[in-house]
Design a protein around this ligand. Sequence first.
Ligand code: FAD
Length: 441
Amino acid sequence: MNGAVWRNWAGNQSARPAEYAGPETVDELRRTVRRAAENGLRVKCVGAGHSFTSIAVTDGVMVSLDALSGIESVVPSSDGSALVTVLAGTRLRELTARLWDLGLAMTNLGDIDEQSIAGAISTGTHGTGARFGGIATQVRALEMVTADGKVTTCSPETDPQLFVAARVGLGALGIITRVTLRCEPAFALHAVETPATLTGTLAGITDSVATTDHFEFYWFPHTDRVLTKRNTRLPADSPLAPLGRARAFVDDELLSNKAFEAVNRIVTRYPRAIPRVNAFSARALSAREFTDRSYRVFASSRTVRFREMEYAVPAESIVYVLREVDRWLHSSDFVVAFPVEVRFAASDDIWLSTAYGRDTAYIAVHQYHRRDHRAYFDAVEAIARSVGGRPHWGKLHSLGAADLAEAYPKFDDFCEVRDAVDPGGVFANPYLAATLPVRAQ
Ligand SMILES: Cc1cc2nc3c(=O)[nH]c(=O)nc-3n(C[C@H](O)[C@H](O)[C@H](O)COP(=O)(O)OP(=O)(O)OC[C@H]3O[C@@H](n4cnc5c(N)ncnc54)[C@H](O)[C@@H]3O)c2cc1C
């Protein structure tokens, strides 16, 4: 493995680490970190490599915790919830299925479940639902190996400063080895997906967001068409009515992945066809309704490779932001086949969370991996920033330390914690050097 090239899922980031390490115990990981620090090598832990930024890239020691995976303990509470401690390399897909068998569930998930739990929380991975925070808001305690090779734990009671920084810690503070999550009683989701207009959806957005447990929509650029998704929480023992295998294959595999890949290959050669293709795709989508285990509804598979940027904006700004993006698309000759995804989350108190201190809406823009995304992402970024937008840490953006300090009120506090726990920059890499200010010498 040493000398081999590492690539992320999207294929836009690569690294040739000096060394790969796959520790099987926390003790082995401690020794790896200590040895690297002594040899002047940087260390970076990689999860599933699903970040679009170079946040997981290193030329030092690349650590995978794939061997440190699984649920370690479950402490039930009288209200049916439980504190579940998992090893940090655990993939969300394995975790959610295992939790269901224990009568438990993650409160919310994003739209895939390939990520490792530590990678997901470290970049602020989130789903949708105005009453619910991102995955990191479920964290109740963390265990980490710090730059000196020691194991430390943090929680609201033990080292609260480290805890509030490390829940969305960008991999900058240490290597997380164990995560304790508050999991809730298992639940089902009733999903209703409906084609609609952007105009009508924006007119009723406050109501839709407030009255639906998990509301989101996909807007087809160059058209007034959207697909809305409303997921309602039901008790786990509700009768399930999952999509039939054939329908799931046609909708999720054929239309969302295989046919969409073919469409993208064609429009890459004939981009002027995109507005008509988008209008056709939006009209071809039919309504569907199903009920299934929560984690099966939240997450789906994504095989078409793309680049993504996502900005968190104050929830009340989302209508303005979408209208401005629409206006920009009308005034430019840029064409994009990927739908724009719009989601919501509750305010939280995690320093580098995109939803820190405010109810939040997210706008995510995508571009097929064989097409240039820059003009589009730059334009959307400028619009989102004009309303105080904050970039998702795992997705493309162009902000440096000074911009980020403006966007995140607790940015300086985070940097102070980073300077205290990793004064020598053992966990630094070029991405962190560009986004966090250079430490005082
Ligand atoms: C197809 C696709 C769909 C996505 N959907 C969503 C979505 O719905 N919502 C959303 O918010 N995001 C989404 N993302 C982004 C994704 O959730 C984040 O980028 C997430 O960080 C990926 O997790 P990972 O395990 O791949 O982490 P990696 O990308 O491998 O690493 C991310 C960061 O976490 C750090 N890290 C990893 N493990 C550890 C550890 N043990 N200790 C300390 N630091 C660690 C790494 O060093 C790095 O800094 C999506 C990405 C893709 C490619």
